[in-house]
Design a protein around this ligand. Structure first.
Ligand code: OKP
Ligand code: ZN
Length: 342
């Protein structure tokens, strides 16, 4: 399988994350992509190629223009406002403060455009996010050109990013940008299967009222896990999109038997939908040793999952999302990808 990779992911190298009331080194760090790339090379998964530059048009096809402008100048605006650390949201327009105004002040803007506080915006974040969507788009075009599958080694990840919100380590929604790009290039229907431990709230919200993208996600029950406020089983789409969202929230300590039952149900729905393209939001934080998640998938389970997805024989783009058991994420990611082709 072809991998698309850009060195520019290294520009996303934040120094701080709020975790457990402390400022810690971010779980979502450059070494993640290096470990996965090393495993791809060591196992001979396939060719590794650089992305091409698609500019902002495919971004603006799913994201709000004001949000994109905010991301582009956020760090510079933060520094110009006299701050020394990384840009971070601290104040939100919550239920009791509904207002149509978008603040001028950068602290106000951060609250307006953020959905969580753990994720800072650091120097280089925007450039890395741009390269990450180019990785997803290049992998997508490779599949649209007739190849059965490709892997976009995206970093930073994307599935929590909504049309106008960042958070959960995500800025631009690479999977949504890829799915929309495929539709704009002639695909009639696209399915997005999100296997990251966390619910793909951003992808779901972007396509919630549409029937041309079917979003399915298997994840930690939001009653117990981030992103806490979306991903319940009764969220199934709205309007034209009714029936084109499927959520499989699973409880703490869910093992592969339980997880696979959800996967097989999702696969049945995907096959009935007959999509022209499948986008897999490939998070590997379902792994038993992941430091911030609570599922119990073992290394070999990822190969079984890859086999099940590959057996659908739908043209498939994998885009990297989460996975924080740094020393093992290369193994489990490549277990999944190599089994797809087998
Ligand atoms: C991003 B991706 C756990 C806090 C979790 C944010 C997690 C973002 C995950 N106590 N904080 O979906 O892997
Ligand atoms: Zn995750």
């Amino acid at each position: 399988m072809l991998t698309v990779y850009s060195e520019k992911h290294k520009l996303r190298d934040a120094k701080t994350e709020i975790f457990g009331g402390e400022l810690v080194a971010p779980f979502e760090c450059p070494r993640r992509a290096e470990v996965i790339l090393d495993r791809i090379t060591a196992t001979g998964l396939g060719e590794v190629t650089a992305p091409r530059d698609y500019g902002l048009d495919p971004v603006l096809a799913v994201h709000d223009a004001g949000y994109v402008g905010f991301l582009e100048s956020c760090y510079a605006d933060w520094v110009a406002d006299g701050h020394k650390g990384e840009a971070i949201a601290m104040c939100w327009p919550t239920r009791s403060m509904n207002s149509p105004y978008i603040p001028n002040n950068i602290e106000g803007k951060l609250g307006y455009y953020a959905l969580a506080a753990e994720t800072t915006i650091s120097d280089g974040t925007w450039e890395a996010a741009l390269a990450s969507k180019d990785v997803a788009l290049t992998a997508t075009d490779h599949v649209l050109a007739g190849n059965p599958a490709a892997f976009g080694l995206c970093r930073p990840p994307g599935h929590h990013a909504a049309a106008d919100q960042f958070g959960g380590y995500c800025f631009l929604n690479n999977a949504a940008i890829a799915a929309q790009h495929a539709l704009d290039k002639g695909a009639r229907r696209v399915a997005v299967l999100d296997v990251d431990f966390h619910h793909g709230n951003g992808t779901q919200s972007i396509f919630y009222e549409r029937d041309d993208v079917f979003f399915l996600s298997i994840h930690g029950d939001p009653m117990e896990a981030f992103p806490h406020f979306l991903g319940h089983a009764d969220e199934t789409g709205k309007g034209r999109g009714a029936g084109y969202t499927a959520n499989y929230p699973l409880p703490p300590l869910a093992d592969y038997a339980r997880w696979k039952a959800a996967l097989l149900d999702a696969i049945g729905k995907i096959q009935a939908y007959t999509p022209d393209l499948l986008v897999v939001s490939l998070g590997v934080d379902t792994f038993e040793n992941d430091p911030i998640s609570f599922f119990k998938l073992a290394q070999d389970d990822f190969a079984d999952c890859g086999r099940c997805i590959g057996a659908m024989t739908i043209p498939t783009v994998y885009v990297m999302e989460g996975g924080y058991a740094i020393e093992d994420i290369g193994i489990v990611t490549v277990n999944m990808l190599s089994a797809h082709d087998a």
